[in-house]
Write a protein that binds this ligand. Structure first.
Ligand code: IPE
Ligand code: IPE
Ligand code: MG
Length: 249
């Protein structure tokens, strides 16, 4: 698949599309600063960020990525002003309404990581419908992390395991069996974790799953993120030497 003609291609963006990571995770960060730079309310940044998400998710599907996981709202983001939280939630509703309409055409499978039971009934209903429709699709799987925290995810997994242990139904505790208690059960760990927005931290994202992810940080704010940025991240990933604690043969 030629996404750039030879002339347009810049070296830093040169991707080997036959050797993509299976799973890319992205922290969607920088919406607020993008808006502030334009003298707009932070909420305008979230609206722009939602558009960027549409564009990048479509691109990832088109290049044949198997899994895309995005951090959309953390367990800590409830600390923000009510107006900002409400706007993010209504943008999510709008996004899901539209996504449901387009799912047949888009052939994207959507899943949700995080405790969605505290979200509005409308949002929960949309999530349930999206999940149901997704059961029919086999294509690119997009995981949206909503009210998600890596520590919260691990605590919940431990609590569930302990309950089963007490009932005598728990499996032997191994990394493999434990990972089946996480929201990401059945999904391979992210190979590449991207954080736009300039911050050099994980902010409680995929704490268990990112143990051996390749990290890629960029100052580009999420609403400005383009297909060329994701190509640059993938190209950088393709030059990394993944050893998983071993040594090069
Ligand atoms: C990310 O953008 C979106 C959410 C956390 C919901 P921010 O809102 O964190 O944007 P900055 O980091 O303040 O620019
Ligand atoms: C991380 O971004 C959470 C999401 C993008 C959903 P934050 O903006 O909340 O992270 P901090 O506060 O900079 O660590
Ligand atoms: Mg932020």
């Amino acid at each position: 698949m030629a996404f750039f003609s030879k002339k347009q291609t810049k070296k830093a963006e040169e991707v080997d599309f036959s050797n993509l990571p299976r799973h890319i995770a992205i922290i969607l960060d920088g919406n607020g600063r993008w808006a502030q730079q334009r003298n707009l309310p932070r909420t305008a940044g979230h609206a722009a960020g939602a558009e960027t998400f549409r564009k990048i998710a479509t691109y990832c599907r088109d290049i044949g990525l198997e899994y895309l996981t995005v951090y959309a709202f953390s367990t800590e983001n409830w600390k923000r002003p009510k107006n900002e939280v409400d706007t993010i939630m209504s943008l999510l509703e709008k996004y899901l309404y539209e996504a449901i309409d387009r799912m047949e055409r888009d052939k994207v499978k959507m899943c949700f990581f995080g405790d969605t039971t505290v979200l509005s009934p409308e949002l929960q209903e949309l999530i349930a419908r999206t999940r149901e429709i997704s059961l029919h699709y086999e294509g690119c799987q997009v995981n949206i992390c909503l009210n998600y925290g890596g520590r919260d995810e691990i605590l919940r997994a431990v609590a569930q395991y302990a309950q089963e242990y007490k009932a005598g139904t728990a499996p032997e505790l191994t990394e493999e069996s434990f990972s089946r208690y996480l929201y990401s059960a059945g999904v391979p760990d992210p190979d590449l974790l991207i954080r736009p927005g300039g911050e050099l931290r994980l902010s409680n994202f995929l704490m268990w799953q990112s143990a051996y992810s390749e990290l890629y940080f960029t100052d580009t704010l999420w609403p400005d993120f383009t297909e060329a940025d994701i190509n640059r991240a993938i190209a950088a990933y393709q030059h990394r030497d993944r050893r998983f604690g071993g040594i090069k043969p």
